[in-house]
Ligand binder design. Structure first.
Ligand code: V47
Length: 384
């Protein structure tokens, strides 16, 4: 007897549900037709979460078989000083707060070098909207990293940070992006998208750029040839309509630019935030969010179960509910740990491979652009 994606296809595994509202959704998914907002709402409302997961897994296996991606990365958060004071955030500090920090350039470069002996292929760099650090500081930071680590891909700055840096430097977003590219930025992470709905945004992150500007900044980055990711923060005060609206806006931009690589749903962690009266999300909500993301975002190549946010246990289950990526070793995480996360600070390659293999999937070490990484001792080669 054989197992895995191919075996399931050979055996003609059939979709079954006791929720009749899922039948038209399933018919579309199996016929590879695009889902609409009504379908999205049915997926969120269905109590048959296993059926929702089956459909998402079907799409995931159609796109990737059993392959499951991970990378060896290091997070660097140069500063937590931030002018935005978002209610969703436990990481940011006002200027002058004793708990605020800002790395000197040397410190940031040393941080990049510290961690595992495993050679990282990606630096993931995000931080607060610092009122005093000019664009030039960040350009020097990136130039210094490229000089010291020329082989490492630099995935840096959310659309929110880019829009802020542009405004402070009195440049257009495009001019700012060109400068960042010249300094060595290779792609952008997906943060800051939160939920696009203005009603929700005005409560959870009222000082951030609005949803339109986030999308506009991502559009500009994609037009310049950058790849980026996209996130959605769920599990706070948003409703299913807001989630569907968010996903369909991402899908529409992806139709236009093709610049998104990966969708990463992020569960809200309320601890140490002004919204700490809200409950944490449950495992089923997290799993369903992965599945709905896979089903609505038919033009996104990858869906990431970010283990730091979901816990390794739920992320592992997500690999059978639509996710094909676990993110990476991370090494040191601040944003979720300030908000009460109890996950480890990092995982080794071996631990990530174990999670993937035990889920019946095949581990694939990727670089940021999803190319295969092959290793010998401490060095690595990217297959191009
Ligand atoms: O933008 C902040 C979120 C994001 C909280 O692109 C919170 O590969 C939950 O974007 N509870 C930053 N979420 C993280 C991020 C990310 C992570 C991993 C991989 C990638 C990628 C991107 O974290 C923020 C915000 O949406 N966030 N505070 C909180 N209390």
């Amino acid at each position: 007897m054989s197992f895995g994606a191919e075996a399931a296809r050979e055996e003609g595994a059939a979709f079954r549900t006791y929720d009749r509202r899922l039948d038209p959704v399933a018919a579309k998914v199996l016929a590879q037709q695009r889902l609409d907002s009504i379908d999205g709402l049915a997926l969120y409302a269905s109590s048959d979460v296993l059926a929702v997961g089956w459909l998402a897994n079907h799409v995931r296996e159609r796109m990737h078989g059993d392959v499951t991606y991970f990378n060896v990365n290091r997070h660097i958060n140069p500063t937590n000083v931030c002018v935005a004071a978002c209610k969703l955030c436990a990481f940011g500090r006002k200027k002058g707060d004793p708990a605020g920090y800002t790395m000197a350039l040397d410190e940031a470069w040393e941080t990049a070098a510290s961690g595992y002996s495993e050679a990282v292929t990606e630096f993931h760099i995000v931080g607060g909207l610092h009122p005093d650090l000019p664009l030039e500081f960040f350009l020097d930071l990136i130039r210094g990293l490229k000089e010291r680590f020329p082989k490492v891909h630099i995935k840096a700055f959310t659309m929110v940070e880019i829009a802020y840096l542009a405004r402070r430097a009195k440049l257009t977003v495009k001019e700012t992006l060109v400068k960042l590219r010249e300094a060595g930025v290779d792609s952008m992470p997906g943060g800051g998208a939160e939920i696009f709905a203005a009603r929700v945004r005005s409560i959870i992150c009222d000082h951030k750029i609005d949803g339109e500007e986030w999308l506009e900044t991502a559009r500009a980055a994609h037009q310049l040839g950058f790849k980026s990711n996209a996130t959605m923060l769920y599990g706070h005060i948003e409703n299913d309509e807001d989630r569907v609206d968010h996903l369909l806006k991402l899908r529409a931009l992806q139709d236009e630019t093709g610049g998104f690589q990966t969708f990463i749903p992020l569960a809200f962690h309320p601890e140490n935030t002004p919204l700490d009266h809200l409950p944490v999300t449950t495992g089923l909500t997290d799993i369903r969010q992965i599945a709905v993301g896979r089903l609505l975002l038919d033009n996104f190549p990858h869906i990431k179960a970010y283990w730091q946010m979901m816990t390794p246990k739920i992320a592992q289950i997500a690999l059978r509910f639509g996710a094909d990526d676990l993110d990476g070793t991370v090494i040191e995480e601040k944003i979720y740990h300030d908000a009460g996360a109890t996950t480890p600070q990092g995982l080794t390659r071996k631990e990530l491979c174990r999670l993937i293999t035990e889920a019946g999937r095949v581990p694939f070490e990727r670089d940021t652009l999803y190319r295969a990484v092959t290793r010998s001792e401490e060095s690595f080669t990217v297959a191009v």
